[in-house]
Design a protein around this ligand. Structure first.
Ligand SMILES: Cc1cc2nc3c(=O)[nH]c(=O)nc-3n(C[C@H](O)[C@H](O)[C@H](O)COP(=O)(O)OP(=O)(O)OC[C@H]3O[C@@H](n4cnc5c(N)ncnc54)[C@H](O)[C@@H]3O)c2cc1C
Length: 416
């Protein structure tokens, strides 16, 4: 069958053919993938994930080119049970640690950054739910079971046009009113990653008339919920982070999950963000090294890998990568091995990890591209993709100026 199509290669658009061929081949391979949930050990899960990741990079590149969601990658992760790993074992998950989750997320990002960011929001949400256990019991149980058995996906829709980044403390324009025994939600969320492919949206809204912020769970097929395809970004353009409209969305009273907490546990789960950009940086270093080892212009004997300025740039990038890797995983390990009291004190450290890793990742990709030269700018080179996507990390929370401010405050308070 495939040979027949292959013979058509020259009469159909070669690019369209390549996309069709890669996607169909991938779907067939996917059938053979094992459940990662069957693996008892972290090493076993890492090996299983590496197997699942076959083809992710090629699929990611196609979707990056088309600016569409790498849905085959997302489907493979769901099907393998990966998306259920943070769930408690009593519901069929593996309740993995923060460090393990970040490492697995990094491995995905090394293949395709947008896939890692898309699935990272869900993974982080589930990790946070298991750690904090502050949802109504029946929702905790239902979502945990549905994630394991049906592969449902969740993400929080917080950002709005008028509010900007929710981390700034602006009031949400999306409202929730309790009327005649049900909640009615109205508003529009922006930047909702994977919007078209989620099963549940976690909506932050201003509860009226109290003006408190509440978290609501909204099933995807609820009347009044629509996704508008507005996402047209040069970075992370294949994450489908669309606008989400809520027009007179009526919800049973129990869909109110909780009030937004001001002094809760620090949001360690957000470290999936630096893990993602560290993965992109790692992939960029590898790609640059491969290129340097193979590129041999006729002005030199051998390859450019022997040139001192190329080595200098690659070396600087590797040092930045190692600094970032150690910082990310040492803080994650500290989190995993701390009690609640110590975790409460890790807030600034967690923020500094994101700041350092994401800024280093941007520098790493920039530096190795200078080593590679103009070939790195080609749309066929993965480096041009890494360059665009790594940039998005600067605008994921927490924002740089807030982290720098918090870091300064920490030393000022300590020395006062
Ligand atoms: C790839 C990607 C995926 C995302 N996915 C999601 C998602 O799934 N769900 C979700 O809810 N959000 C998501 N976001 C949104 C993200 O969390 C931010 O809300 C968004 O990027 C806007 O950030 P901003 O800093 O540009 O915000 P803005 O508030 O629009 O800020 C614009 C500029 O003004 C400055 N500024 C604004 N207000 C202040 C202030 N009060 N004090 C100081 N400076 C200020 C900022 O520093 C920035 O330079 C995503 C973003 C990206 C890039």
């Amino acid at each position: 069958m495939r040979t027949f199509f292959y013979s058509l290669k020259h009469v159909v658009d070669p690019h369209a053919f390549y996309i069709w061929y890669t996607l169909s081949e991938y779907t067939e391979k996917d059938e053979a993938k094992l459940s990662i949930l069957d693996e008892q050990s972290a090493v076993g899960r890492e090996q299983a994930l590496r197997h699942i990741l076959t083809g992710f990079s090629e699929i990611g590149a196609i979707h990056d080119h088309q600016q569409t969601v790498p849905i085959e990658n997302i489907a493979a992760l769901k099907k393998s049970g990966y998306t259920a790993l943070p769930v408690e074992t009593k519901y069929g998950g593996r309740q993995i640690s923060l460090s393990e989750m970040l490492y697995l997320q990094q491995l995905i990002a090394e293949e395709d950054g947008p896939t890692a960011l898309c699935i990272g929001w869900h993974m982080g949400t589930m990790y946070q739910l298991v750690e904090e256990k502050n949802w109504p019991k029946h929702w905790h149980e239902q979502i945990s079971c549905d994630v394991v058995e049906k592969g449902v996906l969740l993400n929080t829709a917080a950002t709005e046009k008028a509010t900007g980044s929710p981390t700034r403390g602006g009031a949400f324009q999306t409202t929730a009113k309790y009327e005649r025994g049900e909640w009615v939600l109205n508003g529009t969320k922006t930047f909702t990653t994977l919007a078209e492919h989620l099963d549940y949206y976690l909506i932050l809204a201003t509860v009226e008339p109290e003006k408190q912020v509440g978290l609501f769970i909204v099933p995807q097929n609820t009347p009044g919920v629509t996704v508008e395809k507005t996402w047209d970004m040069m970075a992370m353009g294949s994450t489908g982070s669309e606008d989400l409209h809520l027009k007179n969305v009526k919800l049973p009273s129990d869909h109110f999950i909780k009030k937004q907490e001001k002094n809760g546990l620090p949001t360690a789960w957000l470290l999936h963000i630096p893990a993602c950009y560290l993965g992109i940086a790692c992939a960029a270093i590898r790609e640059a090294a491969k290129f340097a080892n193979s590129y041999s212009p006729n002005s030199i004997q051998g390859t450019i890998a022997q040139l001192p300025h190329v080595k200098q740039k690659l070396g600087e990038a590797v040092i930045l990568y190692e600094q970032s890797r150690h910082f990310l995983y040492s803080v994650a390990n500290k989190w995993d091995n701390s009690d609640k009291e110590t975790r409460m004190q890790l807030n600034t450290e967690l923020k500094m990890v994101k700041y350092a890793v994401v800024n280093n990742a941007n520098r790493i990709v920039d530096t190795v591209m200078r080593a590679v030269g103009a070939h790195s700018l080609s749309n066929q080179s993965p480096l041009s993709r890494y360059y665009k996507n790594v940039r998005a990390g600067l605008h994921n929370p927490p924002m740089d100026d807030m982290v720098v401010h918090a870091a300064a405050e920490s030393v000022l308070q300590r020395e006062s």
